[in-house]
Design a protein around this ligand. Structure first.
Ligand SMILES: Nc1ncnc2c1ncn2[C@@H]1O[C@H](COP(=O)(O)OP(=O)(O)OP(=O)(O)O)[C@@H](O)[C@H]1O
Ligand SMILES: [Mg+2]
Length: 286
């Protein structure tokens, strides 16, 4: 099951003259369990557009996306319940303003479960639980989502999708605009959800440190094309990432510079600051 892209192209129409090809000839399989995928690529490379294909929010211009056995193509099929697809694959938008619309946080988070016929009392419980998961207290339940800070809005929009309990969770830049601690808290939440429930989680990000530390697989888009699909280790061991318009994680950059300046031979492939520190200590002892 999961999601299979087959030769998917997508063009935005009505942009100036003609159309704009945002993703090109994408073939890709995403398992419905046990993956923590990061999707990266420079601004405008097509990440959000690709993500919106994963739950049939947009339809390919050509090619097909099979989502949990349902074939999504350019032509709408009356027999397919697209809403059911959106419960199986939950998408958190890049901009929370696109997602939040109710007058209280509680109503906003309850909206999805109620829409899928969860009884009101249960939906209320789900809202509380989801809010707790994203690190906000119950005092937020009666707040107006539009009066929250950027980071709080982001957390509420994530809670709304968590409450739906999708099998695959797609998060479009969930950590952008959060403080550094908040970023790690959220990534730790996604990792623990992934490990405890076996769900597949896809995170779009520009943060290579998070990619290196957390992802089991990384997809790279460049100008609408899928140019890399593999482990973060194999991506960051490439001698250059300039063709992908990406940079290396901070640990690799710093350790590489230390080796150059001090003629040490420290193993530069360290995923965390604490691993890097230990490697530096060893490198200077030997
Ligand atoms: N609604 C739209 N109408 C026309 N063109 C669009 C629309 N949305 C996106 N595009 C164009 O499609 C391309 C891909 O956009 P997309 O939002 O998928 O990129 P992205 O990789 O998510 O970028 P970012 O990192 O800035 O979020 C961009 O060149 C963008 O200008
Ligand atoms: Mg985007």
């Amino acid at each position: 099951m999961g999601i299979q892209f087959k030769e998917v192209n997508f063009s935005y129409t009505g942009v100036q003259k003609g159309f704009y090809e945002a993703i090109k000839d994408i073939s890709l399989t995403i398992q419905d369990k046990d993956e923590l995928i990061t999707l990266v690529g420079q601004t405008g490379s097509g990440k959000s557009t690709l993500a919106q294909h994963m739950n049939a929010l947009v339809f390919p211009t050509s090619g097909s996306v099979e989502i949990f056995g349902k074939l999504v193509t350019a032509k709408r099929n009356r027999k397919i319940k697209y809403n059911e697809i959106r419960q199986k694959v939950g998408l958190v938008f890049q901009f929370p303003e696109y997602q939040l619309f109710e007058e209280t946080v509680e109503k906003d988070i309850m909206f999805g479960p109620l829409n899928f016929h969860v009884p009101e009392i249960e939906a209320k419980e789900l809202a509380k639980k989801a809010l707790r998961m994203v690190g906000l207290s119950e005092s937020y339940l009666n707040r107006n989502p539009f009066n929250l800070s950027g980071g709080e809005k982001k957390r509420v929009s994530i809670a709304g999708i968590l409450a739906l309990d999708p099998q695959i969770l797609v998060l479009d830049e969930p950590t952008s605009g959060l403080d550094p601690r908040g970023k790690r808290q959220l990534m730790n939440l996604f990792k623990s959800i992934q490990m405890e429930t076996g769900k597949t989680i896809i995170v779009i990000t520009h943060d290579m440190d998070l990619v290196y530390e957390y992802a089991t697989r990384v997809l790279v888009l460049n100008a609408g094309c899928l140019v890399f699909d593999g482990t973060p280790d194999s991506l960051f061991k490439k001698p250059s990432l300039s063709e992908f318009h990406l940079d290396y994680p901070a640990t690799i950059r710093v350790l590489r510079e230390i080796n150059e300046r001090f003629h040490t031979q420290i193993d530069i492939y360290q995923k965390t600051v604490s691993d890097a520190t230990i490697a530096i200590k060893r490198g200077f002892k030997s």
